[in-house]
Design a protein around this ligand. Structure first.
Ligand SMILES: CC(C)(COP(=O)(O)OP(=O)(O)OC[C@H]1O[C@@H](n2cnc3c(N)ncnc32)[C@H](O)[C@@H]1OP(=O)(O)O)[C@@H](O)C(=O)NCCC(=O)NCCS
Length: 367
């Protein structure tokens, strides 16, 4: 029987994948065979890409991949002068859409995966610097991808900042059939190219119900200011019919494992930078309050802390501002998008669901 058009495709399986498994009942995430808790903070971004892209002809070792990503970052930086005003957009996702969309779509699956992943980081870094009124900083091809991204954003990468961003990029690299990955796969299923698929995915990730939540999470914490304000603030939001950003998930109903992984990273980083520690302590208290109030006001919905809540704290601890958060999510997720595009191309089957027509019939036209 056809799905109702209001269902949002809940529970519908649209592809077989070897890339990641999101187990909502057990609160478990597997990326390329590893539990997310095993790889976050232990695997480099390059090792993660090696594992996600293992099926691509031409796939290579992590050190070779590090070199290839470094070379492509240099190449992408050289393209900045040809991108017109794309990187001057106020919004980072508009900037990524406008800049990545100008890249050549020719090349092997391998070349496109490396090029798009490298270019996403370079363009995100350059866009942020321009937004801050600063000149874009050139990449260092010898550096690791995460470390270099911190340098392109902030000028210098300390070891703990590079490690924090690396753990973040690995944690968000892939996540089953989320909206942006589905978008990329739909585009790839038409036989279209990886550049088009990833530009489409960027558009899907931009929305606040997908990748756009961590900025508002930080705004929420700054607005709440002190633990005493947390409960009245949350109750007021819910009474006004608004959602609390950083809570709830379509699939995870017992726990979002990424939230726990990033909570540990945020705790470590919050401790390393003194002024962030107060924000981290406030966040812990706000989290407890939100969970308690949601359980009371929205019982039985299984609303738990999601990845975006602690993403806000990790990225803030890196010295980054909320306006850059979604673009950085794209830097990590790009690795997964590229892998899904390749998997979908190999599938070679058009994704084409149906809709239920609920409009009028038999209307006539007056002449
Ligand atoms: C992520 C999200 C879209 C998933 O929603 P979903 O699975 O489609 O669930 P629904 O929208 O059907 O919501 C189910 C119920 O929970 C409520 N709910 C869901 N998330 C909520 C939240 N963050 N705050 C308050 N209520 C929430 C809904 O209002 C709805 O209540 P109702 O049954 O009284 O109508 C949703 O939880 C949300 O909007 N979260 C906030 C945004 C966010 O953090 N996004 C990042 C996701 S990783």
């Amino acid at each position: 029987m056809a799905q109702s058009s209001t269902s949002g495709l809940d529970g519908v399986v649209v592809a077989d994948t070897t890339l990641s498994e999101v187990d909502g009942e057990r609160g478990r995430l597997i990326i390329a065979g590893h539990d997310v808790e095993v790889i976050a903070g232990r695997s480099s971004f390059e090792e993660l890409c090696r594992d996600l892209w293992a099926a691509i002809p031409g796939a290579t070792s992590a050190p070779e991949l590090r070199r290839a990503l470094g070379q492509q970052r240099v190449w992408a930086f050289e393209q900045i002068g040809t991108l017109g005003r794309a990187l001057h957009a106020a919004d980072g996702m508009d900037a990524l859409r406008g800049s990545l969309g100008q890249l050549p779509s020719r090349g092997s699956e391998w070349e496109l995966a490396v090029r798009l992943t490298a270019a996403t980081a370079v363009f995100a870094g350059a866009w942020w610097r321009l937004r801050e009124g600063l000149a874009p900083l050139p990449p260092d091809p010898a550096a690791g991808h995460a470390e270099d991204l911190v340098s392109m954003l902030r000028g210098k990468a300390t070891a703990h900042r590079a490690a924090g961003l690396e753990a973040y990029l690995v944690t968000v690299s892939d996540h089953g059939m989320n909206a942006s990955t589905f978008t990329a796969r739909v585009i790839a299923s038409t036989g279209s190219d990886a550049v088009s698929a990833i530009v489409g995915a960027i558009g899907a990730l931009k929305g606040p119900l997908h990748g756009g939540a961590p900025g508002p999470v930080l705004d929420m914490l700054l607005e709440i200011k002190s633990t005493a304000n947390a409960e009245p603030w949350v109750r007021n939001e819910l009474a006004a019919g608004r959602r609390i950003m950083g809570f709830g998930h379509r699939v995870y109903k017992v726990r979002d494992p990424r939230a726990e992984v990033l909570s540990a990273v945020a705790e470590e980083m919050g401790g390393a930078v003194l002024h962030d520690k107060a924000l981290f302590d406030l966040a812990r208290e706000v989290e407890r309050t939100v969970l308690r109030v949601l359980d009371e006001v929205k019982p039985g919905r299984g609303l738990k802390t999601n990845v975006e809540f602690y993403t806000a704290l990790v990225l803030q601890s890196l010295g980054l501002k909320p306006a850059s958060f979604v673009a950085l999510f794209a830097c990590g997720r790009c690795a997964g998008w590229a892998a899904h595009v390749i998997e979908q191309h190999a599938e070679d089957h058009l994704i084409r669901p149906m809709s239920e027509y609920v409009g009028p019939r038999g209307l006539t036209v007056e002449r």
